[in-house]
Write a protein that binds this ligand. Structure first.
Ligand SMILES: Cc1cc2nc3c(=O)[nH]c(=O)nc-3n(C[C@H](O)[C@H](O)[C@H](O)COP(=O)(O)O)c2cc1C
Length: 199
């Protein structure tokens, strides 16, 4: 039997693409667009979430606080909508700028509220097979490595969040020198395209 393999080895997935940046015309948004375009060309389906444009409220309030003795707690409608988005996809890609050697509060708040007990951790984990976080950052790879910021980010955002919530196949990609010059940005856009192609 002849099996046609695309560059993603035939595993076409439904992918939730979460963009977190205050400006719609940011470089970070351009990275997300290029990734999405190429992932679609490679056979994936993309569902987009734009946290700023949708006005997501990142503040955890009582209604969405995990109840340690109640795994079946019903969370707020806003959170249930976000959970349903995750549930109808098989993979997640989060694209943001790196702020203070971590991810922005908006994305942190989305995870705080939505990746909640009984859905993302506890006896039940996220129903996602693959996760990728792309973080654009001004500093070079050397600057990140100098104080171990690169491994800190991989540990915290990779193992500490995606891995902890059951995503076995996860990675964190730092897009360094994102404000350097046009040539560097062009190279980073190509890298986003390559990641979309191979996702
Ligand atoms: C509040 C804030 C904190 C930042 N912290 C960092 C940082 O810790 N490390 C770094 O390399 N860049 C940092 N930056 C720079 C951004 O990562 C950079 O401006 C961005 O990735 C460029 O993409 P953009 O043009 O889409 O915003 C920070 C920027 C802001 C606004």
């Amino acid at each position: 039997m002849l099996v046609f393999l695309t560059k993603n080895f035939g595993f076409n997935m439904k992918v939730l693409l979460v963009l977190c940046h205050p400006r719609a015309d940011s470089f970070t948004a351009a990275i997300a667009d290029v990734f999405a375009r190429q992932a679609i060309a490679a056979g994936h389906e993309i569902e987009r979430v734009d946290l700023y444009r949708e006005g997501f409220d990142p503040v955890m309030r009582e209604i969405d606080e995990p109840s340690w003795d109640n795994l079946d707690k019903i969370y707020s409608t806003e959170v249930l909508v976000e959970m349903a988005r995750i549930e109808r996809n098989q993979a997640i890609v989060m694209v943001c700028s790196i702020w203070w050697w971590s991810f922005p509060a908006m994305l942190k708040g989305w995870i705080d509220r939505v990746w909640n007990l009984g859905f993302a951790y506890g006896p039940q984990k996220l129903p996602l097979q693959k996760g990728l976080l792309i973080g654009t950052c001004a500093s070079s790879a050397e600057r990140f490595a100098k104080h171990g910021m690169d491994s800190a980010i991989h540990t915290q955002l990779g193992a500490g969040i995606m891995g902890y919530c059951g995503i076995e196949n996860y990675s964190v990609e730092l897009f360094h020198d994102a404000v350097a010059d046009d040539a560097t940005r062009e190279a980073l856009l190509k890298r986003a395209s390559m990641l979309g192609d191979c996702f």
